[in-house]
Design a protein around this ligand. Structure first.
Ligand SMILES: [Zn+2]
Length: 67
């Protein structure tokens, strides 16, 4: 995966953020992306959005399970 063109489109930024949060990036890509996150507020906020979304999903699943 090449992170130089990650900002080619908004959907690409979201897609990579999602893969990162879900642990789907290969380890070396993960490292590259983590370094990129330190310098890129755009991707950082994309990751934060995905994290919030995943939290909501987990909450929804938990309340389903407890019923
Ligand atoms: Zn970025």
């Amino acid at each position: 995966m090449d992170f130089d063109n990650i900002h080619e489109s908004n959907s690409r930024v979201e897609e990579v953020a999602e893969e990162f949060v879900l642990g789907r990036l290969a380890p070396d890509h993960r490292l590259t992306y983590e370094k990129h996150l330190l310098t890129c507020p755009t991707c950082e906020s994309a990751v934060e959005r995905v994290l919030e979304f995943v939290k909501l999903l987990r909450k929804a699943n938990e309340s389903e399970l407890s019923e």
